[in-house]
Design a protein around this ligand. Structure first.
Ligand SMILES: O=P(O)(O)OC[C@H]1O[C@H](OP(=O)(O)OP(=O)(O)O)[C@H](O)[C@@H]1O
Ligand SMILES: O=C(O)c1cc(=O)[nH]c(=O)[nH]1
Length: 233
């Protein structure tokens, strides 16, 4: 495993591998790109793996707070963001009870509920609150933009975005020509909203780590994919 990575990131990568969360093969993404690797956060479903992802996120959030991030609510976009928001909130309360045990969490429904309490936000009300979005992966930023719109519509203030994996990809080309260089999804979101966006692992971290566990063929295919889709910033 790469010795350049912070120990908590190395532990997280080991857990993702042992849980089969990080896989190599051929996978279609939400953006329709075909990727030789895939991070399936839905597989962090045992008590041990759930604790591993909560610990790594909480550590990354505590580091970001030291760099100036301030927030009141952790928001997990449906679906995979939902359990993340809940377990990260619990872990933050445990890790930093003196400052973070007043943090709340909330999440959205993909479709609004038309009976009972109604609406499409569950958990802490967002109005007037600083909201940190947590999610599994950032590729093209589409799901993050949808989450930002929902939070703002509820009167919340988006304070930042934390993801488990930053795939470091350029935005999909508007004319469909994927051979052209382009800016990253993360970079554009940072510019547009002026918020901190951070990840536990980037594609560069994964490729560095792969050198100690993956086959030459998987490394080659992943490096080729990076070459093809890596953003210019
Ligand atoms: O477009 P981006 O924001 O860069 O990220 C890709 C997102 O796509 C997937 O979620 P999906 O919307 O498929 O929903 P799921 O959580 O229900 O799997 C994945 O879990 C990421 O969150
Ligand atoms: O871009 C995606 O759709 C995506 C990539 C990935 O690695 N994992 C995932 O759940 N979605």
């Amino acid at each position: 495993m790469s010795s350049q990575l912070a120990p908590y990131k190395q532990d997280f990568l080991k857990s993702a591998l042992s849980g089969g969360v990080l896989k190599f093969g051929s996978f279609e993404l939400k953006s329709k790109r075909i990727s030789p690797y895939f991070f399936n956060a839905g597989l962090f479903h045992t008590t041990r793996l759930a604790a591993a992802i909560a610990t790594a996120f909480a550590q990354a959030v505590v580091d970001a707070r030291k760099a100036g991030l301030e927030f009141d609510i952790i928001f997990g976009p449906a679906y995979k963001g939902i359990p993340l928001a809940a377990i990260i909130a619990v872990e933050l309360g445990r890790l930093a009870p003196e400052t973070l045990d007043t943090v709340s969490y909330s999440f959205d429904r993909k479709e609004a509920k038309d009976h009972g309490e109604g609406g499409n936000i569950v958990g802490a009300p967002l109005k007037g609150k600083r909201v940190l979005i947590v999610d599994d992966v950032i590729t093209a930023g589409t799901a993050k933009r949808e989450a930002i719109d929902k939070i703002r519509k509820e009167g919340g203030i988006v304070a930042g975005i934390a993801v488990a994996v930053d795939r470091m990809e350029k935005l999909p080309a508007t004319d469909g020509d994927e051979t052209k260089p382009g800016p990253s999804a993360i970079g554009e979101l940072r510019k547009e909203y002026g918020i901190p966006i951070f990840a536990i692992l980037t594609l560069d971290d994964i490729i560095e780590g792969m050198k100690s566990f993956a086959s030459e063929e998987d490394i080659k295919r992943t490096e080729e994919y990076r070459q093809k889709y890596k953003a210019t910033d």
